[in-house]
Design a protein around this ligand. Structure first.
Ligand code: ATP
Length: 309
């Protein structure tokens, strides 16, 4: 394996009884990059990440993490990795500071505690709060701090911004970019296209236990599917909107032509320019779930991988 590869999986298979979670997952993540692992619920993201840390064993396949085989040297892999699980169990009887002390002691003498107050402050997390009083978002912040505090070579993050408000999501994105600028490799899972687009240098898309695409995030724009609810100041004929490439009317416009819902594939630029000629009162955007996007995208046979062949 080349020195510049931080992690690699080849032909990873995993079943839980009769449930097949992974059907041959191949991944390659370069050192020092931010890599997004995008997929809808149940696609196999968490299972893959757990295999990388040898928290569960795949049925077959090869794994390399920072040059090590996690099954042969799980302690070596975990010592150099910051891990944010999808669901972090915290002792409700402790305060945030005590929980983080506990995690840092597990890391041994090498952990630099001075990172902790700095990270907590950036996330607006009070170290003296009892864990039992934490909201879901604040629990997530504890998870982010414990993953970042060892300044590890590799960050394996299972939905790092889950439950955080948009400003805090941005803050976490900044912190991950900084970790990456400091030399760390970041591998994070998400089911939100826009997040992966904003943060990752490369993205692997997993669906139903298979990698369906590895791409640069710029290609995700073409996959973006939005629904726009447009309200007009007076009745209009919306037929011209439906003739714009990539735009389709969803259901009929209401009877007096005051409101229409359209679906847009890819960039919205053409629609927005066309709307300048209409008396628009209000515009609302809705992002369908990733699974809905996949259905629309793959059913129309426009997968980016297919365009190239
Ligand atoms: P999410 O975004 O919902 O966390 P995911 O992409 O992380 O989903 P996994 O949690 O890896 O997906 O799950 C993959 C498949 O394996 C799903 O069908 C899930 O129901 C199943 N699965 C995961 N863990 C177990 C388990 N411990 N026992 C049985 N089935 C499991």
């Amino acid at each position: 394996m080349s020195d510049s590869i931080a992690l690699m999986t080849e032909g990873l298979h995993k079943s839980y009884g009769r449930v097949v979670a992974l059907r041959g997952v191949d991944l390659e993540v370069r050192q020092g990059e931010i890599f997004g692992f995008l997929g809808p619920n149940g696609a196999g993201k968490t299972t893959t990440i757990r295999c990388l840390l040898d928290l569960i064993r795949p049925d077959s396949g090869t794994l390399r993490v920072l040059g090590m085989d996690p099954q042969a040297d799980p302690v070596g892999v975990r010592a150099r990795t910051g891990y944010l699980p999808g669901e972090l169990n915290l002792d409700a009887n402790l305060r945030v500071r005590e929980v983080l002390r506990y995690f840092s002691q597990l890391r041994g003498a090498k952990m630099d505690w001075s990172q902790v107050p700095r990270l907590a402050q950036r996330l607006d997390l009070d170290l003296e709060t009892p864990v039992k009083n934490l909201s879901k978002g604040n629990k997530q912040k504890v998870g982010v701090v414990q993953a970042l505090m060892p300044q590890a070579d590799l960050l394996l993050l299972d939905e790092p911004t889950s439950g955080l408000d948009p400003l805090m999501q941005q803050q976490v994105h900044r912190m991950l970019r900084e970790a990456c600028a400091g030399g760390a490799t970041v591998f994070f899972s998400s089911h939100i296209i826009s997040e992966v687009e904003a943060l990752a240098e490369h993205v692997a898309i997993i669906r139903d236990g298979r990698i369906v695409e590895v791409a640069e995030p710029g290609r995700l724009v073409a996959m973006t599917l939005r629904r726009l609810h447009i309200r007009f100041q007076q009745p209009v004929d919306v037929a011209p909107l439906a003739r714009i490439e990539g735009v389709s009317l969803v259901g009929a416009a209401d009877r007096n032509g005051m409101h229409v819902t359209v679906q847009v594939e890819g960039e919205v630029d053409r629609l927005i320019k066309a709307l300048a000629a209409f008396p628009v009162r209000d515009l609302e955007t809705e992002h369908p779930s990733l699974e809905e996007v996949f259905l629309a995208y793959y059913q129309t046979g426009k997968a980016a991988g297919q365009e190239d062949h």
